[in-house]
Ligand binder design. Structure first.
Ligand code: BAL
Ligand code: ZN
Length: 872
């Protein structure tokens, strides 16, 4: 496969002013007619006599130019597109093609999900629908006519506003949708099927009455209310926080079961993985409710950050994704618990993005090359991209940041632009040079800050020396220094924040200072510091970096107890727990500091703090994250140490854990609000510790919680804890759960996952057995993620079994899946690409499987790119 480079970008030679599309949907084949109004791009830097269009898996039926059929010598079709020879400067090109959505298992382009027709065009799926300039900098006005059997497909949807339906004599019907906003083809969408909708409305500040509709299959009509409420909250928030309002008369969301991603922001017609729409207290967990709120908001926010202003090319993907993730993070923070949201986001970033940055697939937020763009929908582009936007907000402050986004919307509305264009708006609004800052977009890797603090009692000064270093990443051996906002505070001996006065300040400043680190080594001298302080570093996680500071255990416990910054309290607890766990990995007999148990006890007895925050503080770092902190991952040692510490905490703190379990019961009607979610999470965390004790009374409590069935959060937590153990009732409960929920695919996803993540030694054999379960289908991405993905990523000790059975299992599945759905296969194979982190025996076992995949004939470009880069 060939590589595409950012440096080779050229503006398109042709533009498309108008597109008209006609879809004739049928059970065996679909015909797509298109009419493109093309003209040469005055800004083009090259001029070829021919027109080159993208197109894949299209069977050409007819082709005409300005109304005249194009003779066979006038065009050339190949696997990737169509060349029309010797075209004029302005013309109309009409074509008709035949496509086979029923056979489209890659779920890209037009495909069938159950009885529905639907589309997924980002990034390059539109070329599987018709010939086109399928690149985001070609923006056009689309008119789409859909014709289908009325009984099977009573609902026919596309982008924009609808005309009246026309009834046809053969049982078919037809509708035309017109989208007045120019858009790139990746935002095109079509849906046809037997759908029901719930409807609501929203009035924008300028008085536009917008109809809101969520379409689902009939049996799910009672599970849409939370999604609708989330949409309305997101619309109001974007109006308030960013001054952005919606621009069409109708906003539609459709839930489908077969979907590669979470959701897609097609103009006016979002298509969603049903996982991020459907929820009821009986079927969805708190995390599901939160996920729906955030993904609904994310796709809605894209209407401005993505659709009205889009990406010039796919290297700029983070322009829309980083910014939109930042926006959805802030929205969720405002809707729930801000401190907890930040911790969750940082936990995810550290677990996945830091790992990506440290592995063979490390790439900058703005990559400079790719083989397959679908492989770059990554935690780096999304979540690190969001951190890069957040840092600009940290450097500018809220007012100038808002000025920067206002300027961005004003300057670039209706255009396809770059991350440099975005940063320039921030630089202009903040009236500062952000040239150095832009390295965050071009340099991969996680910077490391090594910090030392020296207190001079005679001078009453405290000096922080900060050194930055960024490890090499593939293709980038040396890095230039980053501009890093480092939020710091200093605590006095009672844990109170000191007002911070830097050398040269005339007055004492605030208690948190945003230091700007721009050099390889810098010193900051704080004056009038009355006592030796404990520094609180990287408050709020002000930059996506690692901080090394030689804290004593006592200082970490002090920060855990006193830091005014919730994130830093949690971070101190994590650092300490990590330190203790890694000692236990080295030596199971090493002593756990009594102060650590005592700090946990205090947290459990702290009835004043947010329970959700306490649950985060009391959660030990994950096994995979602990592995990332070791020179060589000790799979079994980590698992043993973590179980050992959990059991120790449970036995030392049994009374307190039982009290927390008892006191945090949430009664009354289920509500997914921050308070109730926090209490459930603390209570279920306590149950998790208690279940370590293998105590029959506690197992009975867990079974009772399961049987009470109050809400899916409590039910699934209890069942997961039971599935980890050899308890006689477990098999019966698992079977009962299946029978209860056999008709609800999303609930069954949870059932597959909890079995895949079971600590039991025979889990792989069980997972293999579940592949043949009637409810499992390798063609459905949610099922693949919940069984295969959950086992390989959520169960490190079983996946990395020393005999290599887990690796063989994954590579067998990847090869099977690659025939059907390369995008999902490439996601799965990533789980084996960090082989260099393990011992030599495991390395060889993983390499063998990766080489086997690479040398299989017909392997997709998607999988090839990941595997070949991991073996370099
Ligand atoms: N644009 C792909 C799905 C999302 O990020 O919203
Ligand atoms: Zn997005």
């Amino acid at each position: 496969p060939s590589t595409v480079y950012l440096k080779d970008y050229l503006p398109p030679e042709f533009l498309i002013d108008q597109v008209m599309l006609w879809f004739d949907l049928d059970e065996t084949e679909t015909r797509v007619r298109s009419r493109l109004e093309l003209r040469r791009n005055p800004a083009a830097q090259s001029r070829s006599p021919d027109l080159r269009l993208h197109g894949e898996q299209l069977e050409l039926i007819s082709l005409s130019l300005d109304g005249q059929p194009v003779a066979p010598a006038g065009y050339l079709q190949d696997d990737e597109g169509l060349t029309v020879r010797q075209v004029p400067d302005q013309f109309v090109l009409e074509s008709e093609v035949r496509i086979l959505p029923q056979q489209n298992t890659a779920l890209e382009g037009l495909y069938k999900s159950g009885g529905l027709f639907c589309t997924q065009c980002e990034a390059e799926g539109f070329r599987k629908i018709t010939w086109y300039l399928d690149r985001p900098d070609v923006m056009s006005r689309f008119t789409t006519t859909i014709c289908a059997d009325k009984q099977r497909y009573p609902v026919l949807l596309s982008n924009g506003n609808p005309s009246d339906t026309v009834e046809l004599e053969d049982g078919r019907h037809r509708i035309t949708w017109t989208d007045p906003f120019p858009k790139p083809a990746y935002l095109f969408a079509l849906v046809a099927g037997d759908l029901r909708a719930i409807e609501d409305s929203h009035t924008t500040p300028s008085g536009r009455e917008v109809t809101l509709r969520i379409y689902v299959e009939p049996e799910n009509i009672d599970k849409c209310d939370h999604a609708m409420a989330s949409l309305k909250r997101a619309m109001a928030w974007d109006e308030q926080q960013y001054g952005r309002e919606y621009d069409l008369d109708i906003y539609m969301i459709v839930a489908v079961n077969d979907f590669n991603m979470g959701a897609m922001e097609n103009k006016g017609l979002n298509i969603f993985n049903s996982k991020f729409v459907l929820a009821s207290p009986a079927t969805a967990t708190d995390r599901d409710f939160q996920g729906i709120e955030s993904v609904i908001a994310h796709e809605y926010f894209h209407n401005w950050t993505g659709n009205r202003i889009t990406c010039r090319d796919w290297f700029q993907l983070s322009l829309k994704e980083g910014l939109t993730v930042f926006r959805d993070q802030e929205f969720s923070a405002d809707m729930g618990s801000r401190g907890v949201k930040r911790i969750e986001d940082v936990r995810l970033l550290r677990a996945h993005q830091f790992a990506e940055d440290a592995g063979p697939m490390a790439h900058p937020v703005r990559p400079d090359s790719y083989m397959e763009i679908n492989n770059f929908y990554t935690v780096t582009v999304y979540e690190k991209g969001a951190e890069v936007v957040r840092m600009q907000a940290n450097l500018l402050g809220p007012e100038a940041f808002r000025g920067g986004t206002d300027l961005y919307f004003e300057r670039f509305d209706g255009q396809a632009v770059t991350t440099d264009d975005f940063v320039q708006c921030m630089a202009d609004a903040g009236q500062r040079d952000l040239g150095q800052f832009k390295r965050w977009y071009s340099q991969a890797g996680t910077p490391e800050l090594t910090i030392q603090g020296v207190y001079d009692a005679a001078q009453q000064t405290y000096t922080l020396t900060v050194e930055q270093h960024c490890p090499a990443t593939p293709g980038q051996p040396d890095k230039e220094p980053f501009l890093i906002p480092l939020a710091v505070g200093l605590l006095d001996d009672r844990g109170t924040d000191l007002a911070l006065r830097l050398a040269g300040d005339s007055d004492p400043g605030p208690t948190t200072r945003m230091l700007e680190i721009s050099e390889p080594r810098q010193q900051f001298v704080f004056e009038q510091v009355p006592v030796a302080p404990v520094p609180s570093l990287l408050r709020g996680f002000s930059a996506p970096v690692k901080v090394r500071f030689d804290y004593s255990n006592e200082q970490l416990m002090f920060l855990m107890a006193h830091d005014s910054d919730g994130f830093s309290r949690w971070d101190a607890a994590q650092t300490l727990a990590q330190r203790i766990l890694l000692q236990l990995v080295d030596d199971p007999d090493s002593l756990v500091p009594e102060g650590f148990v005592q700090a946990f006890r205090q947290a459990l007895q702290d009835s004043a703090s947010d329970p959700a925050l306490l649950a985060e503080v009391l959660t030990l770092p994950a096994e995979s994250y602990l592995g990332d902190q070791m020179a060589e991952v000790d799979v079994e040692g980590i698992h043993r140490a973590r179980e050992q510490l959990k059991t120790l905490l449970a036995s030392e703190l049994k009374t307190e854990l039982l009290a927390v379990y008892r006191d945090n019961e949430v009664t009354g009607e289920y509500r997914p609000d921050a308070d109730a979610i926090g209490r459930r999470s603390l209570r279920n965390l306590a149950l998790g510790y208690l279940m370590q004790l293998e105590d029959q009374a506690i197992q009975a409590l867990c079974i009772a919680q399961y049987r009470a069935g109050n809400n899916m959060t409590d039910v699934i937590t209890a069942l997961s804890l039971l599935a980890d153990r050899d308890i006689p009732e477990t098999a019966e409960l698992l079977e009962g759960f299946y029978q209860q929920w056999r008709d609800d695919p999303l609930v069954l996803d949870k059932w597959f996952s909890l079995q895949a993540m079971s600590k039991r030694p025979d889990t792989l054999e069980r997972v293999k057995g579940l592949l043949d379960h009637p409810a499992f289908s390798i063609a459905n991405p949610n099922k693949v993620r919940s069984l295969i993905g959950a086992f390989c990523s959520g169960n490190p000790v079983r996946f990395h079994a020393a005999d290599g059975a887990g690796y063989r299992f994954l590579s067998d599945r990847v090869l099977e899946l690659d025939q059907l759905n390369p995008q999902v296969a490439a996601r799965m194979v990533r789980l084996m690409t960090r082989w260099q982190r393990y011992d030599p025996a495991r390395q060889r076992l993983m390499q063998t499987q990766l080489e086997r995949i690479l040398h299989t004939s017909g392997v997709s470009r998607d999988v090839y790119e990941i595997v070949s880069k991991s073996l370099e």
